[in-house]
Design a protein around this ligand. Structure first.
Ligand code: COA
Length: 122
């Protein structure tokens, strides 16, 4: 293990008072099973249960999306989650994702959302 972790653009560790509470990943959706998502930037998030329900995910994902908009202005972002995942569905809506389609995979109904390209202000 290197003493200092490698920097990996698009991969964020979310900390609270110096301790990790979650992870956010923005990566290129290559080989995505839905054509509408193929090749687009793809948002994923995972927080520790003890950190749920305080708005941390919304705050951290918004910051990651701001970072993304600054880096690649005018690019849309996609997100896939189970429709049964109420918290994740709510978070996606709060972040500005709207439904593209629902599909069946991994033994559950999945939701593909899209956050339209943010046009850089003149
Ligand atoms: C999904 C997840 C990131 C949400 O984290 P969180 O810190 O609780 O989210 P926030 O506190 O920022 O809440 C975002 C919104 O979702 C709502 N919400 C969160 N959990 C909820 C739940 N279980 N039921 C209903 N609403 C919920 C919040 O109320 C908030 O909406 P509001 O501002 O309108 O009230 C977290 O539950 C998680 O990491 N789950 C496991 C991993 C996962 O499911 N990832 C997605 C799969 S791709």
């Amino acid at each position: 293990m290197p003493g200092v972790p490698e920097r990996w653009p698009g991969s964020f560790v979310v900390t609270l008072d110096g301790a990790m509470i979650g992870q956010i990943l923005l990566r290129r959706a290559t080989g995505h099973r839905r054509p509408a998502a193929e090749g687009k930037a793809d948002l994923g998030y995972l927080f520790l249960p003890r950190a749920w329900g305080f708005g941390y995910a919304a705050e951290a994902c918004a910051a990651a999306l701001d970072w993304f908009d600054g880096l690649l202005p005018g690019e849309p972002v996609v997100l896939t989650t189970q429709t049964a995942n109420v918290g994740s569905m709510r978070l996606a809506a709060k972040l500005g994702f709207t439904e593209v389609e629902r599909f069946r995979a991994w033994d559950a109904e999945q939701w593909l959302g899209l956050r339209p390209a943010v046009t850089p202000s003149a």
